[in-house]
Write a protein that binds this ligand. Structure first.
Ligand code: ADP
Length: 409
Protein backbone atom coordinates (compact mmCIF):
# COMPACT_ATOMS: atom_id res chain seq x y z
CA UNK A 1 0.00 0.00 0.00
CA UNK A 2 1.43 3.38 -0.87
CA UNK A 3 1.78 6.15 1.70
CA UNK A 4 -1.11 8.20 0.29
CA UNK A 5 -3.42 5.24 0.79
CA UNK A 6 -2.10 4.77 4.34
CA UNK A 7 -2.80 8.40 5.09
CA UNK A 8 -6.30 8.10 3.65
CA UNK A 9 -6.85 5.17 6.00
CA UNK A 10 -6.00 7.11 9.14
CA UNK A 11 -7.59 10.40 8.05
CA UNK A 12 -10.73 10.34 10.20
CA UNK A 13 -8.83 9.22 13.34
CA UNK A 14 -6.24 11.92 12.71
CA UNK A 15 -8.94 14.56 12.20
CA UNK A 16 -10.82 13.74 15.38
CA UNK A 17 -7.65 13.51 17.58
CA UNK A 18 -6.06 16.69 16.31
CA UNK A 19 -9.26 18.73 16.35
CA UNK A 20 -9.91 17.69 19.97
CA UNK A 21 -6.40 18.60 21.00
CA UNK A 22 -6.04 21.88 19.19
CA UNK A 23 -9.52 23.35 19.32
CA UNK A 24 -11.28 22.92 22.61
CA UNK A 25 -15.05 23.52 22.59
CA UNK A 26 -17.44 22.23 19.94
CA UNK A 27 -18.02 25.64 18.31
CA UNK A 28 -14.32 26.37 17.82
CA UNK A 29 -13.73 22.83 16.57
CA UNK A 30 -16.33 23.17 13.87
CA UNK A 31 -14.80 26.33 12.49
CA UNK A 32 -11.33 24.78 12.74
CA UNK A 33 -12.20 21.60 10.84
CA UNK A 34 -12.02 23.04 7.28
CA UNK A 35 -8.50 24.29 8.05
CA UNK A 36 -7.42 20.92 9.38
CA UNK A 37 -8.84 19.27 6.27
CA UNK A 38 -6.88 21.67 4.12
CA UNK A 39 -3.74 20.89 6.13
CA UNK A 40 -4.26 17.15 5.73
CA UNK A 41 -4.93 17.47 1.96
CA UNK A 42 -1.72 19.44 1.59
CA UNK A 43 0.14 16.81 3.61
CA UNK A 44 -1.12 14.02 1.35
CA UNK A 45 -0.39 15.96 -1.83
CA UNK A 46 3.12 16.78 -0.62
CA UNK A 47 3.81 13.12 0.08
CA UNK A 48 2.34 12.00 -3.25
CA UNK A 49 4.15 14.56 -5.34
CA UNK A 50 7.36 14.65 -3.30
CA UNK A 51 7.01 18.45 -3.27
CA UNK A 52 6.39 19.91 0.21
CA UNK A 53 5.52 23.31 -1.32
CA UNK A 54 1.90 22.10 -1.31
CA UNK A 55 1.95 23.09 2.36
CA UNK A 56 2.65 26.75 1.60
CA UNK A 57 -0.90 28.17 1.32
CA UNK A 58 -2.23 26.74 4.59
CA UNK A 59 0.94 27.60 6.51
CA UNK A 60 0.81 31.12 5.13
CA UNK A 61 -2.85 31.45 6.17
CA UNK A 62 -2.02 30.26 9.68
CA UNK A 63 0.96 32.58 10.05
CA UNK A 64 -1.06 35.57 8.88
CA UNK A 65 -4.13 34.69 10.93
CA UNK A 66 -2.23 35.48 14.12
CA UNK A 67 -4.02 38.36 15.71
CA UNK A 68 -2.63 41.78 16.56
CA UNK A 69 -2.87 40.89 20.26
CA UNK A 70 -0.85 37.72 19.85
CA UNK A 71 1.85 39.68 18.03
CA UNK A 72 2.00 42.52 20.54
CA UNK A 73 2.32 40.21 23.53
CA UNK A 74 4.87 38.03 21.69
CA UNK A 75 2.80 34.87 22.10
CA UNK A 76 4.27 31.51 21.21
CA UNK A 77 4.56 30.84 17.52
CA UNK A 78 2.97 28.12 15.40
CA UNK A 79 5.89 25.88 16.33
CA UNK A 80 4.14 24.23 19.32
CA UNK A 81 1.06 23.59 17.19
CA UNK A 82 3.11 21.88 14.47
CA UNK A 83 4.95 19.86 17.11
CA UNK A 84 1.70 18.71 18.59
CA UNK A 85 0.36 17.71 15.16
CA UNK A 86 3.54 15.75 14.45
CA UNK A 87 3.48 14.00 17.81
CA UNK A 88 -0.16 13.03 17.45
CA UNK A 89 0.40 11.88 13.86
CA UNK A 90 3.25 9.68 15.07
CA UNK A 91 1.02 8.26 17.83
CA UNK A 92 -1.84 7.53 15.38
CA UNK A 93 0.50 5.90 12.84
CA UNK A 94 1.88 3.64 15.56
CA UNK A 95 -1.55 2.74 16.91
CA UNK A 96 -3.39 2.32 13.62
CA UNK A 97 -0.88 0.73 11.23
CA UNK A 98 1.48 -2.20 11.16
CA UNK A 99 5.01 -1.31 12.24
CA UNK A 100 6.54 -1.35 8.75
CA UNK A 101 3.67 0.68 7.29
CA UNK A 102 3.90 3.20 10.13
CA UNK A 103 7.62 3.52 9.54
CA UNK A 104 7.16 4.01 5.84
CA UNK A 105 4.48 6.71 6.36
CA UNK A 106 6.62 8.43 8.96
CA UNK A 107 9.60 8.39 6.62
CA UNK A 108 7.51 10.15 3.97
CA UNK A 109 5.96 12.63 6.39
CA UNK A 110 9.07 13.74 8.25
CA UNK A 111 10.63 15.73 5.37
CA UNK A 112 7.26 17.46 4.84
CA UNK A 113 7.13 18.45 8.52
CA UNK A 114 10.75 19.63 8.42
CA UNK A 115 9.83 21.83 5.47
CA UNK A 116 6.72 23.06 7.34
CA UNK A 117 8.82 24.06 10.37
CA UNK A 118 11.16 26.05 8.17
CA UNK A 119 8.27 27.75 6.35
CA UNK A 120 6.49 28.61 9.58
CA UNK A 121 9.64 30.20 10.97
CA UNK A 122 10.15 32.23 7.79
CA UNK A 123 6.53 33.31 7.41
CA UNK A 124 6.18 34.20 11.06
CA UNK A 125 9.32 36.26 10.88
CA UNK A 126 7.92 38.12 7.88
CA UNK A 127 4.61 38.74 9.64
CA UNK A 128 6.42 39.89 12.79
CA UNK A 129 8.73 42.22 10.85
CA UNK A 130 5.72 43.73 9.06
CA UNK A 131 3.98 44.14 12.42
CA UNK A 132 6.99 45.82 14.06
CA UNK A 133 7.36 48.06 11.02
CA UNK A 134 3.70 49.10 11.31
CA UNK A 135 4.12 49.81 15.03
CA UNK A 136 7.20 51.91 14.28
CA UNK A 137 5.31 53.86 11.65
CA UNK A 138 2.50 54.54 14.15
CA UNK A 139 5.01 55.69 16.76
CA UNK A 140 6.80 57.86 14.21
CA UNK A 141 3.53 59.52 13.12
CA UNK A 142 2.51 60.08 16.74
CA UNK A 143 5.91 61.64 17.50
CA UNK A 144 5.73 63.87 14.44
CA UNK A 145 2.23 64.97 15.45
CA UNK A 146 3.44 65.72 18.98
CA UNK A 147 6.42 67.67 17.69
CA UNK A 148 4.15 69.65 15.35
CA UNK A 149 1.78 70.52 18.22
CA UNK A 150 4.75 71.61 20.36
CA UNK A 151 5.98 73.77 17.51
CA UNK A 152 2.50 75.23 16.83
CA UNK A 153 2.03 75.95 20.52
CA UNK A 154 5.35 77.78 20.74
CA UNK A 155 4.58 79.84 17.68
CA UNK A 156 1.05 80.82 18.82
CA UNK A 157 2.13 81.51 22.41
CA UNK A 158 5.07 83.67 21.26
CA UNK A 159 2.86 85.81 19.05
CA UNK A 160 0.14 86.10 21.69
CA UNK A 161 2.70 87.22 24.28
CA UNK A 162 4.40 89.70 21.99
CA UNK A 163 1.55 92.23 21.79
CA UNK A 164 0.88 92.69 25.55
CA UNK A 165 4.63 92.64 26.18
CA UNK A 166 5.17 95.50 23.74
CA UNK A 167 2.40 97.42 25.53
CA UNK A 168 3.97 96.89 28.96
CA UNK A 169 7.40 97.92 27.62
CA UNK A 170 5.92 101.05 26.01
CA UNK A 171 3.98 102.18 29.09
CA UNK A 172 6.93 101.44 31.41
CA UNK A 173 9.17 103.62 29.21
CA UNK A 174 6.60 106.42 29.20
CA UNK A 175 6.30 106.20 32.99
CA UNK A 176 10.09 106.33 33.36
CA UNK A 177 10.16 109.43 31.16
CA UNK A 178 7.98 111.22 33.73
CA UNK A 179 10.99 111.22 36.10
CA UNK A 180 14.25 113.11 35.61
CA UNK A 181 16.97 111.03 33.85
CA UNK A 182 19.35 111.36 36.84
CA UNK A 183 16.75 110.16 39.33
CA UNK A 184 17.82 106.67 40.35
CA UNK A 185 16.60 106.78 43.92
CA UNK A 186 12.88 107.48 44.06
CA UNK A 187 10.76 104.45 44.85
CA UNK A 188 8.78 104.58 41.59
CA UNK A 189 12.03 104.61 39.55
CA UNK A 190 13.38 101.62 41.47
CA UNK A 191 10.09 99.75 40.91
CA UNK A 192 10.13 100.65 37.23
CA UNK A 193 13.64 99.22 36.98
CA UNK A 194 12.19 95.94 38.30
CA UNK A 195 9.47 96.03 35.64
CA UNK A 196 12.15 96.72 33.04
CA UNK A 197 14.25 93.71 34.13
CA UNK A 198 11.18 91.49 34.04
CA UNK A 199 10.07 92.61 30.58
CA UNK A 200 13.62 92.25 29.23
CA UNK A 201 13.79 88.62 30.40
CA UNK A 202 10.31 87.98 29.01
CA UNK A 203 11.34 89.53 25.69
CA UNK A 204 14.36 87.16 25.57
CA UNK A 205 12.06 84.17 26.15
CA UNK A 206 9.56 85.31 23.52
CA UNK A 207 12.41 85.92 21.05
CA UNK A 208 13.72 82.41 21.78
CA UNK A 209 10.25 80.99 21.14
CA UNK A 210 10.03 82.82 17.82
CA UNK A 211 13.52 81.60 16.86
CA UNK A 212 12.57 78.00 17.65
CA UNK A 213 9.43 78.19 15.55
CA UNK A 214 11.36 79.80 12.67
CA UNK A 215 13.99 77.05 12.82
CA UNK A 216 11.27 74.37 13.00
CA UNK A 217 9.50 75.77 9.97
CA UNK A 218 12.68 76.42 7.98
CA UNK A 219 11.99 80.13 7.96
CA UNK A 220 15.30 81.20 9.42
CA UNK A 221 17.07 83.71 7.15
CA UNK A 222 20.79 84.10 7.57
CA UNK A 223 22.44 87.40 6.82
CA UNK A 224 25.81 86.28 5.43
CA UNK A 225 28.70 88.64 6.14
CA UNK A 226 32.42 88.28 6.75
CA UNK A 227 33.17 87.34 10.35
CA UNK A 228 36.10 86.46 12.54
CA UNK A 229 35.50 84.00 15.36
CA UNK A 230 38.12 85.60 17.62
CA UNK A 231 36.37 88.98 17.35
CA UNK A 232 33.00 87.47 18.25
CA UNK A 233 34.60 85.74 21.23
CA UNK A 234 36.25 88.97 22.42
CA UNK A 235 32.87 90.77 22.31
CA UNK A 236 31.29 87.89 24.18
CA UNK A 237 33.98 88.03 26.85
CA UNK A 238 33.25 91.74 27.34
CA UNK A 239 29.53 91.06 27.65
CA UNK A 240 30.02 88.30 30.22
CA UNK A 241 32.65 90.05 32.33
CA UNK A 242 30.19 91.28 34.98
CA UNK A 243 28.37 88.04 35.47
CA UNK A 244 31.62 86.04 35.49
CA UNK A 245 33.00 88.07 38.35
CA UNK A 246 29.66 87.90 40.21
CA UNK A 247 29.78 84.10 39.96
CA UNK A 248 33.59 84.00 40.60
CA UNK A 249 34.16 82.07 37.39
CA UNK A 250 37.31 82.19 35.29
CA UNK A 251 36.87 82.43 31.53
CA UNK A 252 39.83 81.66 29.27
CA UNK A 253 39.43 82.34 25.57
CA UNK A 254 42.30 80.88 23.57
CA UNK A 255 43.57 82.16 20.25
CA UNK A 256 43.51 79.03 18.15
CA UNK A 257 44.49 78.43 14.51
CA UNK A 258 41.62 79.51 12.28
CA UNK A 259 39.97 81.80 14.85
CA UNK A 260 41.54 84.85 13.21
CA UNK A 261 40.59 83.83 9.66
CA UNK A 262 37.76 85.49 7.83
CA UNK A 263 34.79 83.28 7.07
CA UNK A 264 31.29 84.06 5.89
CA UNK A 265 28.32 83.53 8.18
CA UNK A 266 25.66 85.44 10.04
CA UNK A 267 27.70 87.09 12.82
CA UNK A 268 24.65 87.88 14.95
CA UNK A 269 23.40 84.30 14.79
CA UNK A 270 26.81 82.75 15.44
CA UNK A 271 27.28 85.19 18.31
CA UNK A 272 23.86 84.12 19.66
CA UNK A 273 24.85 80.44 19.42
CA UNK A 274 28.16 81.02 21.22
CA UNK A 275 26.44 83.18 23.82
CA UNK A 276 23.95 80.39 24.54
CA UNK A 277 26.80 77.92 25.06
CA UNK A 278 28.69 80.29 27.31
CA UNK A 279 25.57 81.19 29.30
CA UNK A 280 24.91 77.49 29.86
CA UNK A 281 28.54 76.92 30.90
CA UNK A 282 28.11 79.72 33.44
CA UNK A 283 24.73 78.42 34.58
CA UNK A 284 25.82 74.84 35.12
CA UNK A 285 29.23 75.50 36.72
CA UNK A 286 29.38 76.14 40.46
CA UNK A 287 30.96 79.37 41.74
CA UNK A 288 34.74 79.32 41.53
CA UNK A 289 34.84 77.06 38.46
CA UNK A 290 36.42 77.73 35.11
CA UNK A 291 35.30 77.89 31.49
CA UNK A 292 37.61 77.54 28.49
CA UNK A 293 36.89 78.38 24.87
CA UNK A 294 39.33 76.74 22.49
CA UNK A 295 39.28 75.28 19.00
CA UNK A 296 41.22 74.18 15.97
CA UNK A 297 41.25 74.41 12.23
CA UNK A 298 40.30 71.31 10.27
CA UNK A 299 40.13 70.87 6.49
CA UNK A 300 37.20 73.07 5.43
CA UNK A 301 35.98 73.55 8.99
CA UNK A 302 36.68 75.46 12.12
CA UNK A 303 35.97 73.69 15.41
CA UNK A 304 35.12 75.68 18.52
CA UNK A 305 34.93 74.03 21.94
CA UNK A 306 33.34 75.43 25.08
CA UNK A 307 34.44 73.45 28.15
CA UNK A 308 33.40 73.95 31.73
CA UNK A 309 34.09 72.42 35.11
CA UNK A 310 30.39 72.15 35.83
CA UNK A 311 27.93 69.47 36.85
CA UNK A 312 28.18 67.56 33.56
CA UNK A 313 25.55 65.70 31.53
CA UNK A 314 24.79 61.97 31.57
CA UNK A 315 25.58 60.33 28.20
CA UNK A 316 21.95 59.21 27.75
CA UNK A 317 20.95 62.89 27.68
CA UNK A 318 23.54 64.05 25.15
CA UNK A 319 20.97 64.02 22.35
CA UNK A 320 17.92 64.99 24.39
CA UNK A 321 19.30 68.33 25.53
CA UNK A 322 19.24 69.51 21.92
CA UNK A 323 15.49 68.83 21.66
CA UNK A 324 12.85 71.45 22.43
CA UNK A 325 12.12 71.66 26.17
CA UNK A 326 14.92 69.14 26.66
CA UNK A 327 15.93 70.19 30.18
CA UNK A 328 16.91 67.20 32.19
CA UNK A 329 16.96 68.57 35.72
CA UNK A 330 14.09 68.82 38.15
CA UNK A 331 11.63 71.28 36.59
CA UNK A 332 10.42 72.37 40.02
CA UNK A 333 13.90 73.78 40.73
CA UNK A 334 13.63 76.25 37.87
CA UNK A 335 14.81 79.72 38.52
CA UNK A 336 14.19 82.64 36.27
CA UNK A 337 17.79 83.85 36.67
CA UNK A 338 19.54 83.52 33.32
CA UNK A 339 22.99 82.91 34.77
CA UNK A 340 22.22 81.75 38.31
CA UNK A 341 23.80 78.38 39.20
CA UNK A 342 21.49 75.64 37.81
CA UNK A 343 18.88 78.29 37.00
CA UNK A 344 17.12 76.17 34.36
CA UNK A 345 15.44 78.14 31.60
CA UNK A 346 12.65 77.06 29.26
CA UNK A 347 14.92 74.54 27.52
CA UNK A 348 15.06 76.31 24.19
CA UNK A 349 18.69 77.54 24.25
CA UNK A 350 20.35 74.41 22.88
CA UNK A 351 17.71 73.60 20.23
CA UNK A 352 18.13 77.16 18.92
CA UNK A 353 21.92 76.88 19.05
CA UNK A 354 21.75 73.60 17.14
CA UNK A 355 19.34 75.11 14.59
CA UNK A 356 21.60 78.13 14.06
CA UNK A 357 24.74 76.06 13.64
CA UNK A 358 23.02 73.61 11.30
CA UNK A 359 21.59 76.48 9.24
CA UNK A 360 25.24 77.41 8.60
CA UNK A 361 25.97 73.85 7.48
CA UNK A 362 27.70 72.99 10.74
CA UNK A 363 27.16 70.51 13.56
CA UNK A 364 27.14 70.60 17.33
CA UNK A 365 27.55 67.89 19.95
CA UNK A 366 28.50 67.49 23.57
CA UNK A 367 31.01 65.37 25.42
CA UNK A 368 30.57 64.80 29.11
CA UNK A 369 31.40 61.85 31.30
CA UNK A 370 28.35 62.08 33.60
CA UNK A 371 26.09 64.34 35.60
CA UNK A 372 27.55 64.64 39.07
CA UNK A 373 26.95 67.73 41.17
CA UNK A 374 29.55 66.67 43.79
CA UNK A 375 32.44 65.72 41.55
CA UNK A 376 31.64 68.18 38.71
CA UNK A 377 33.14 66.27 35.76
CA UNK A 378 32.34 69.16 33.37
CA UNK A 379 31.07 69.26 29.80
CA UNK A 380 32.58 70.20 26.46
CA UNK A 381 30.37 71.46 23.65
CA UNK A 382 31.87 71.12 20.18
CA UNK A 383 30.77 73.33 17.30
CA UNK A 384 31.96 72.63 13.75
CA UNK A 385 31.42 75.47 11.31
CA UNK A 386 32.27 75.27 7.62
CA UNK A 387 34.82 77.85 6.50
CA UNK A 388 33.20 79.84 3.69
CA UNK A 389 35.34 82.04 1.55
CA UNK A 390 32.28 83.61 -0.07
CA UNK A 391 28.58 84.00 0.81
CA UNK A 392 26.06 81.69 -0.87
CA UNK A 393 24.28 84.63 -2.54
CA UNK A 394 26.18 86.00 -5.56
CA UNK A 395 24.77 89.53 -5.19
CA UNK A 396 26.07 89.70 -1.62
CA UNK A 397 29.38 88.20 -2.77
CA UNK A 398 29.87 91.19 -5.09
CA UNK A 399 29.60 93.63 -2.17
CA UNK A 400 32.38 91.85 -0.34
CA UNK A 401 34.71 91.22 -3.29
CA UNK A 402 37.41 93.62 -2.03
CA UNK A 403 37.46 91.83 1.31
CA UNK A 404 37.53 88.33 -0.09
CA UNK A 405 40.50 89.22 -2.33
CA UNK A 406 42.67 90.27 0.57
CA UNK A 407 41.64 88.65 3.86
CA UNK A 408 41.82 90.87 6.91
CA UNK A 409 41.89 89.91 10.56
P1 ADP B 1 17.87 75.68 29.63
O1 ADP B 1 17.04 76.86 29.28
O2 ADP B 1 17.19 74.70 30.53
O3 ADP B 1 19.25 76.03 30.05
P2 ADP B 1 19.09 74.62 27.22
O4 ADP B 1 18.44 74.18 25.97
O5 ADP B 1 20.08 75.73 27.13
O6 ADP B 1 17.93 74.94 28.23
O7 ADP B 1 19.80 73.38 27.89
C1 ADP B 1 19.07 72.16 28.03
C2 ADP B 1 19.58 71.37 29.22
O8 ADP B 1 20.91 70.91 28.95
C3 ADP B 1 19.71 72.19 30.49
O9 ADP B 1 18.49 72.22 31.19
C4 ADP B 1 20.78 71.44 31.25
O10 ADP B 1 20.21 70.35 31.95
C5 ADP B 1 21.66 70.84 30.16
N1 ADP B 1 22.89 71.64 29.93
C6 ADP B 1 23.12 72.53 28.95
N2 ADP B 1 24.37 73.02 29.01
C7 ADP B 1 24.96 72.43 30.07
C8 ADP B 1 26.26 72.49 30.65
N3 ADP B 1 27.23 73.30 30.17
N4 ADP B 1 26.52 71.70 31.73
C9 ADP B 1 25.57 70.89 32.23
N5 ADP B 1 24.32 70.76 31.72
C10 ADP B 1 24.02 71.53 30.66
Amino acid sequence: MNVAALLAQIRSTWMSHISHQLARGAGVRESFLPQLNQFYDALVQSVESGDPAWMDPILKDWAQARTQTELSVHEASLYPILSQILQTTYFILRESLAADQALEALGALLPVFAYAYEQVARQEMQVRVAHVQRELEFAQTALERLDKSKSDFISVAAHELKTPLTLIEGYATMLRDLFPKDDHQSQAVVLLKGVDNGTRRLREIVDDMIDVSMIDNNLLKLNFQPLWINRLLRTLEEEMRGILSQRKLTLTIKEFPGSDEMTFGDPERIFQALRNLLTNAIKYTPDGGSITVDGRKLPGFIEITVSDTGIGIDPENHTRIFEKFGQIGNVSLHSSGKTKFKGGGPGLGLPITKGLIEAHGGTIWVESEAHDEERCPGSTFHVMLPIRKSPPDEEIAKIFTPLTNGHQT
